[in-house]
Write a protein that binds this ligand. Structure first.
Ligand code: ZN
Length: 64
């Protein structure tokens, strides 16, 4: 199964926080946004980054 990736607009604090999520394998900054946008995690309008978020299937890993 291929890794699930998604591009999201995130402010930097949210991008850093997502890295700590169990369901997130990695967060890569693709490019900084020129204009303010709505962060898809906190919903605030601020400068941020277009990020590529790679998810992982934790439910499967948690089965022991
Ligand atoms: Zn945010």
């Amino acid at each position: 199964m291929p890794d699930e990736k998604e591009q999201l607009f995130l402010c930097k604090p949210c991008a850093e926080e997502m890295k700590n999520y169990k369901t997130v394998a990695s967060v890569e900054y693709i490019r900084p946004a020129r204009d303010k946008g709505t962060c898809e995690l906190c919903g605030r309008r601020r400068f941020g980054y277009v990020c590529e978020v790679e998810y992982r299937d934790v439910e499967r890993e948690d089965v022991k």
